[in-house]
Design a protein around this ligand. Structure first.
Ligand code: NDP
Ligand code: ZN
Ligand code: ZN
Length: 349
């Protein structure tokens, strides 16, 4: 057991505060990692606030982890001490179901084990995440950070990156397609970059006038202010795909109207019931599809890191002192982050 410093929430909606706990004993397939950087995902906020009703406290969030390997178990073959590695949203799965066999561990029929607030499959303890000094993760759920990537700006690829890359690839976005990205925070700004890198014509839908020029810098060809009815009307039946990263309930109907025949609205931001209701006529009349997507499997998580290295894609980050984590949450709730906070774990001292 190793004494480990961290930041934790003790109850729903409580501010995060310094916390210490014991990391478990290492197992033969474990990689021991000293954490250098951890991105701040909106899912961390949802979990701290118990928005999904499943949070166990104390909660140590954080699932965009980059660090250095300090030890490996006797069964580990792919990593050595000193390697720069990443850990995303999961640390285990059943490894035997058809989804796991296909490298889609996030869709494990028994449920994946989350990096935080998950239940360890061996000892039943609740997993504690990356807002901490160190972590132990089974080799299968560890990825290599390519040399060409900066470790700090690579951290958000482990969640924001893979979550936007995976559906764009799965649904077959290709050169010339018209893709709309809804919301420009951590996920949205990566969605814009990936859609662009795949050759699509990219439109950002945002509520924020202030993000218009920024979106163009990210590579968006067009920007639509989603609260402006005239602008929404002007893009009716324009898009092949919409990638929806909005983290709260919102009306899908005005967005569905912007899809062409056979267009697909991909939800990644919302895990709750859709409200207000979707008008089925919006789907039926144009053979439109509403779909969803959850992060990405381990092989694809390595693939997106390699894709970023190859295409020179990185996240735009604001480096964060962990003592300012609560202010960072407040800013994210207002949609005010350019475009991912990444905690410099050296500030945990
Ligand atoms: P951020 O807070 O970084 O960004 C969300 C963006 O959505 C904001 O910047 C804002 O963009 C827009 N937005 C916020 N509030 C509203 C609102 N009330 N109405 C319309 N738009 C709004 O969040 P993340 O990118 O980190 O996460 C987005 C969502 O994705 C979260 O719900 C998160 O839990 C989920 N998620 C899902 C995953 C999956 O596997 N499916 C994995 C990771 C995260 P703008 O100012 O441009 O309008
Ligand atoms: Zn996340
Ligand atoms: Zn499985």
């Amino acid at each position: 057991m190793t004494q480990t410093k961290a930041y934790a929430a003790q109850t729903a909606g409580a501010e995060l505060a310094p916390f210490q706990f014991q990391r478990r004993e290492p197992r033969p397939d474990d990689v021991a990692i000293e954490i250098d950087y951890c991105g701040v995902c909106h899912s961390d906020i949802h979990t701290v606030d118990n928005d999904w009703g499943r949070t166990v406290y104390p909660l140590v969030p954080g699932h965009e982890i980059v660090g250095r390997v300090t030890a490996v178990g006797s069964d580990v073959t792919r990593f050595r001490v000193g390697d720069v590695v990443g850990v995303g949203c999961m640390v285990d799965s059943c490894r035997a179901c058809s989804a796991c066999e296909a490298g889609l561990e996030q869709y494990c029929s028994e449920g994946m084990t989350g990096t935080y607030n998950g239940k360890d499959r061996y000892d039943g303890s609740i997993t504690l995440g990356g807002y901490s000094e160190r972590i132990l993760v089974s080799e299968r759920f560890v990825v290599s950070i390519p040399d060409r990537l900066d470790p700090a700006t690579a951290a958000p690829i482990l969640c924001a990156g893979i979550t936007t890359y995976s559906p764009l690839r799965h649904f077959g976005v290709k050169a010339g397609d018209k893709v709309g990205v809804l919301g420009m925070g951590g996920l949205g700004h990566m969605g814009v970059k990936f859609a662009k890198a795949l050759g699509a014509e990219v439109t950002l839908f945002t509520r924020s006038e202030a993000k218009v020029a920024e979106a163009r810098k990210q590579g968006a060809d067009h920007v639509v202010i989603s609260t402006d009815r005239e602008q929404m009307k002007a893009v009716r039946e324009r898009f092949d795909f919409l990638l929806d990263t909005i983290p709260v309930a919102h009306d899908l109907n005005p967005y569905l109207a912007t899809l062409k025949v056979d267009g697909t609205h991909i939800l990644v931001g919302l895990l709750e019931p859709i409200e207000p209701a979707v008008h089925a006529g919006q789907l039926v009349a144009k053979r439109r599809v509403i779909a969803g997507s959850l992060i990405g499997g381990m092989p694809e998580t390595q693939e997106v890191l390699d894709f970023c290295a190859e295409h020179g894609i990185s996240c735009d980050i604001e480096m964060l002192d962990i003592r300012n984590i609560n202010q960072a949450y407040e800013r994210m709730k207002r949609g005010d982050v350019k475009y991912r906070f990444v905690i410099d774990m050296a500030t945990l001292e």
